[in-house]
Design a protein around this ligand. Structure first.
Ligand code: NI
Length: 135
């Protein structure tokens, strides 16, 4: 059995890497490289899987919500991903890298009986990125 819980956060970012020149960054990342950045309403889906416990649930929803709140949302919501999230300091803030980072934030403090199975982030209504976690 699987459960997917949905969360929302807003954040700003800019796609840019110090490894490339100004011109190369502009060519590679297009308008996502604009100097002052831009924002997204991200939708984060966290999927867990496991057997039902004696209460008839996969996981205690409040415990999952609390973990996502403290480990992820408090650290990314209304933040600038390029400068305010320690794990992303040396990375390009693509949603792919953001998904890997959020997986790591969750796994580092994961104490729930259910297995973390998937992290999915929709950056816009037109694209979403899914990361199947390995245990
Ligand atoms: Ni963007």
């Amino acid at each position: 059995m699987q459960l997917t819980s949905r969360y929302r956060f807003v954040a700003s970012h800019r796609l840019n890497t110090a490894a490339l020149s100004v011109e190369q960054n502009a060519k590679l990342y297009g308008k996502c490289n604009n100097p002052y950045g831009h924002g997204h309403d991200y939708v984060l889906d966290v999927t867990v899987d496991g057997p039902l416990d004696a209460s008839g649930q996969i996981v205690n929803r409040a415990a999952l919500d609390a973990l996502v709140e403290t480990q992820v949302l408090q650290r990314v919501d209304h933040r600038d991903l390029n400068t305010e999230v320690e794990e992303l300091q040396d990375q390009v803030t693509t949603t792919e890298n953001l998904a890997v980072t959020i997986e790591g934030m969750l796994k580092s403090q994961w104490t729930l009986p259910a297995r973390l199975m998937r992290v999915r982030i929709a950056e816009t209504a037109r694209n979403a990125f899914e990361l199947e976690t390995e245990n």
